[in-house]
Write a protein that binds this ligand. Structure first.
Ligand code: 6PG
Length: 645
């Protein structure tokens, strides 16, 4: 065995093959042959029937759902056991969809359904020749009546010869379980991750003469774990290389490219196939694509994937939304490649219907923007406020890592601060213009449309926008120079406490946005589960996220959770102190100040919005409500003193 093959054998998931269909289709014969070919054990479900079921069948009485339940449970237990041992082939009628769901329940490794399809007359003939079996011919009709043909199985007609059937099955199993389109940085890393878990994979990259040639083939040759992967540049051959129902993952640029690729693969797809979009697509585009494809019998999942190149390779956080059925077909692969949380659970879970997966990823990115901006503001305070060197800042931030302030973004910030090039800090050579790919903007727009105040996130977005006007800032700095009035009087602990509090406000706002979207779109989002998925693999993973996920089990408003209330009480003075120092020295701190303003507005019993209402009514007769008027009536007053005179 070659080293590559050894690697594959060590990692390959223990697959379960169910050979299914009504009585006399030849499940046992086909199953036994397959088990020999694959060198895995064979089980006949008939052997698992309790005597009472067998007796009923001998007496010509059809089994009911109730009769079959304990039998199916014992077969599910068998399949579960085999899935952690060597895998196995199980011959079982599995007539109804609900039976198949029960059979595959909780199995984390691949389950392949092979449906042997035969006509009534042929099977009746066969049954009449079967002597030793307890199933009488009279029950065949009841089996046909019960049968719900699977749409997620490989179907073979039993009109074929035994050899033809076996060859067709082998041909099918020789195809790939998963296909990935788009071999950019993320696509390559995800492909390697998938292949390293033992899944058979086809990869596709487009051919662009002189620019993108042989990308898939060269990539496949480069990595040991891809020894078994099939590379393609022709879309039809790629689609045909996949087992049915096909599972095709798009790791391509969000936007029009996704629609274009869907159009290209669509002619070769069949009903029940699944397309997954792993890019940062807009959730409304995802909703549109789900509808468009569902009308054609194709499933679609909009999947948020976070973690960058390393995450994609070693375990990203995965947020799939869309057709639940599609997740049932492909979730085991996604869960197997995802990062693991503290309890070793996959950082991947079905989010909800429609565009919810991409919406959740978008909010993740909104929170990410603010997490990054808060760290940028901390750096600015240390550097320009306190005049500390990058190494010294890194040292202080490193000390924060043993506290709840620890996060992936803090970790990489420390590395960045210390990085030198030719003896000088590289960071100081980086142009101070922040770019963006749009997800922060989408978060802000979505929040505005839903009427949710996410001011810290928006503060981060606008901080990026103003940074981009470098030339304008340079010009303005000559006319309106910063006025450094006082010496900064801040210690690292005060800054850390302010930072932590601002982070809680940021996360509170992001969660608030999710909960309002969940209500509006009827997604029924599980906020604790979503944040559990965010505890590892993704860019905003942090110590705080672990707590947060726990708190969200009881409180949907984070800032009202008793533990967070304590943090607010203990840290608000630090936040004020930090803002006071920054403001007095003309240092912009959008996120810190938005966090404090939000906290004050959020907990303000009497706001000045009564004046806004009066103004609206004055100039536009927009009506207003009166305090203590429980009827909810709306009033108009002619406020103009001239007209009242
Ligand atoms: C992630 C990142 C990823 C990407 C951002 C960058 O979760 O892995 O969020 O999706 O790096 O979209 O976004 P900007 O270019 O807008 O900063």
């Amino acid at each position: 065995m070659s080293l590559n093959h050894y690697f594959y054998e060590m990692n390959k998931p223990n697959r379960i093959y169910f050979i299914i269909g009504v009585s006399a289709v030849g499940k046992t014969t086909v199953g036994k042959t397959l088990s020999q070919l694959l060198n895995i054990p064979f089980f006949d479900a008939d052997d698992f029937h309790p005597q009472s079921n067998k007796q009923k069948m001998i007496n010509g009485i059809p089994l009911t759902d109730g009769d079959r339940r304990s039998w199916l449970i014992s077969l599910n237990k068998l399949a579960l056991e085999q899935s952690v041992l060597k895998g196995g082939v199980i011959a079982c009628s599995a007539l109804k969809k609900s039976y198949r769901e029960l059979l595959r329940q909780n199995i984390k490794s691949p389950v392949k359904w092979i449906f042997l399809d035969g006509g009534f007359e042929l099977l009746k003939q066969r049954l009449s020749k079967r002597k030793e079996h307890f199933m009488p011919i009279s029950l065949l009709q009841s089996q046909f009546d019960t049968l719900e043909k699977p749409d997620d199985a490989f179907c073979i007609s039993v009109d074929l010869t035994e050899d033809q059937i076996n060859n067709q099955i082998l041909d099918e199993l020789g195809k790939s379980e998963f296909g990935l389109i788009g071999l950019g940085v993320m696509g390559k890393s995800l492909s390697r991750n998938i292949a390293s878990k033992g899944f058979s994979l086809s990869v596709f990259n487009r051919f662009v003469a002189g620019k993108e040639e042989n990308i898939a083939a060269d990539f496949q040759k480069k990595y040991a774990e891809l020894f078994d992967a099939k590379p393609f540049e022709v879309i039809e051959a790629f689609v045909k290389s996949l087992q049915r129902p096909r599972k095709i993952f798009l790791m391509i640029q969000a936007g029009k490219t996704v629609d274009a690729v869907i159009e290209q693969i669509l002619p070769f797809l069949e009903s029940g196939d699944v397309i997954m979009d792993g890019g940062n697509s807009h959730y409304l585009d995802t909703e549109r694509r789900i509808k468009f494809l569902n009308d054609k019998g194709i499933y679609f999942l909009g999947i948020g994937v976070s973690g960058g190149e390393q995450g994609a390779l070693n375990g990203p956080a995965i947020m799939p939304g869309g057709n639940r059925e599609a997740y049932n077909l492909s979730g085991y692969i996604l869960e197997s490649i995802a990062a693991k949380d503290m309890q070793q659970q996959a950082c991947c879970g079905f989010v909800g219907k429609g565009g919810s997966g991409h919406f959740v990823k978008m909010v993740h990115n909104g929170i990410e923007y603010a997490e990054m901006q808060l760290l940028a503001e901390v750096y600015q305070i240390f550097k320009y406020g306190l005049g500390i060197s990058n190494d010294a800042i890194a040292k202080m931030l490193n000390a924060w890592r043993s506290s709840e302030a620890d996060s992936y973004l803090l970790e990489i910030t420390i590395d960045i601060l210390q990085r030198k090039e030719n003896g000088a800090y590289l960071l100081e050579k980086v142009l101070d213009k922040a770019a963006n790919k749009g997800t922060g903007n989408w978060t802000t727009v979505a929040a505005s449309e839903l009427g949710v105040p996410i001011s810290v996130l928006t503060g981060a977005l606008f901080a990026r926008y103003i940074s981009a006007f470098k030339e304008m800032r340079v010009e303005a700095s000559k006319v309106l120079p910063a006025d450094k009035k006082v010496n900064f009087m801040l210690d690292s602990e005060t800054i850390r406490k302010a930072y932590q509090l601002a982070r809680w406000v940021n996360h509170h706002q992001g969660i608030h946005l999710l909960s309002e979207a969940s209500l509006k779109y009827e997604w029924d989002l599980n906020l604790s589960e979503i944040t559990r998925v965010w505890t590892n693999g993704c860019i905003i993973r942090s110590k705080m996220m672990e707590k947060l996920s726990d708190y969200l089990k009881d409180d949907s408003q984070l800032l009202l959770n008793q533990n967070v209330v304590e943090i607010v009480k203990q840290s608000k003075d630090s936040l004020k102190e930090l803002i006071k120092n920054a403001v007095q020295n003309d240092l912009p701190i959008s996120c810190f100040s938005e966090a404090l303003n939000y906290l004050n507005a959020y907990s303000q019993k009497e706001s000045p919005a009564n004046l806004i209402q009066a103004q609206r009514d004055y100039f536009g007769a927009h009506l207003y409500q009166r305090k203590n008027d429980i009827s909810g009536n709306r009033y108009h007053t002619n406020w103009d003193p001239k007209q009242n005179a």
